[in-house]
Design a protein around this ligand. Sequence first.
Ligand code: AGP
Length: 615
Amino acid sequence: MCGIVGYVGGQSALDVVIAGLRRLEYRGYDSAGVAVLADGGLAAAKKAGKLVNLEKELVERPLPAGVTGIGHTRWATHGAPTDANAHPHLDNAGRVAVVHNGIIENFAALRAELAGRGHDLGSETDTEVVSHLLAEAFSSSGDLAESMRQVCRRLEGAFTLVAVHADEPDVVVGARRNSPLVVGVGQGESFLASDVAAFIAHTRSAIELGQDQVVELRRDGVTVTDFAGDPAEVRSYHIDWDASAAEKGGYDYFMLKEIAEQPKAVADTLLGRIDAQGALTMDELRIPQSVLREADKVVIVACGTAFHAGLIAKYAIEHWTRLPCEVELASEFRYRDPILDRRTLVIAISQSGETMDTLMALRHAREQGAKVLAVCNTNGSTIPRESDAVLYTHAGPEVAVASTKAFLTQLVACYLLALYLGQRRGTKWGDEIRAVIKDLSQIAGEVERVLETMEPVRALARSLADKGTVLFLGRHVGYPVALEGALKLKELAYMHAEGFAAGELKHGPIALIEEDLPVVVVVPSPRGRSVLHDKIVSNIQEIRARGARTIVIAEEGDEAVVPYADHLIRIPATPTLLQPLVATVPLQVFACELATARGNEVDQPRNLAKSVTVE
Ligand code: AGP
């Protein structure tokens, strides 16, 4: 969750680092700091709060100009968000500065050891032990990269570390284990960052770092080794996100931009996966066909919105492949001692590719012999790197903490996977697959149509801004949509919102219904499973009879709901399993507008981070 930037080159290190940290603000943070090498020494500044506090500090107490520097935005794990606990952390002599993302699990023992050798550690953080250990190692090695390797060999836990030493003014050194770090290679300058957004304004050439690697940055290039010091294989890649993609593009919030980008994101995720005859082409999926054919169970692991995508994927996978499909919260998965073997296909869904809960779940699955396939939006991130295969969504950078376009593209990717499984296992014929793909190919246009009719939804949201609770109901694939709608409202409007399977109402939740309580109901198509449709119309009548204010999402032409809908939101008629792709969009808009009406910070909701890289 922390943001890290490192730079060495010909520009002002402070300017490059601060601009990079601003691009990483979406990761969520509560303090920020920078360190610069200049005039044979090292200078640092750090402040609790947002970047603006640090910038004020830098105006009052400017740092010397330098071309080598590091910076950090911290999301507190060990120690409150204070100036002292902000990064970078320095050794007692002020010659080493280090920034860190992750958790050093053996920091207490290291801290005691350092104190025993006379080091004075002033913060409550785990990170500070690293600056003191680096200073000790450097005093004998005289080389920061070698010092970093020595220190990393002593650390346990998950960490991205980036450090500088005043005795090596043209060097920045980074290291990673179970935490993100990418390298940017420019002309006469090099960058390190938690993700590419920090340096795509300068270069689109990137290097993906592997597990347990140390990188030494100099102006003219980078050197990568493992923790033992042996040269390491690395993969270079081109970042196809342009700089504007990380800007707001004229919208007030990244979230609004990303909601609007959904038609393109859906279309892009289909690109290259359908041939001229409308059949599936999934050559990128580097997974042996035997694994797909011999699998006897699918298990999906994910968190939050990605988990809701998994719940929807379950319906498609089981319907199209007849394979049993379990969907598990990644944070619960490995603690329930799941039954996994080499015939289990695990699908790990993650936008960031760095969610620690999901990463640890896939690791557990692989230890049990299962094959893991990642569905991910972030090229070069840890989860796809540690999976057997990956199907990338092509949503582009999703900056807002509340996931929108990534969710829709996760659905598209999972539908494609389900069809591909059906194709390889012979449970779906070519013509059936082409028919579904044809429907999928029309979804981008249908999402566009939904987006054009959202003004009444925004007006409704504003009218409900003072409400304390909103409930969400759905059946079949509409149930996970109800859960997702509730999550959006929780994380954006900070209000009580809960999603239920509509059939559960009479088993308890109907006691919650009271006068004028807003209840959103996602109505399944009457064309698909008419029995489901009739049941949910009865549910709407039941809650309305008890005073609820019914907000009904129903497809065009569904007239049965009209008498019971206080507010009717129309969506295009789609095949039953694909309805979440259009039904979710009004709920995203609703939550975003209600949060805005409440004056909330939409892109960076309180207490949340875009990528939860600790368990
Ligand atoms: C969704 O709006 C939230 N930001 C959160 O639930 C998120 O979906 C979850 O943390 C999983 O993140 P990932 O997709 O990057 O793994």
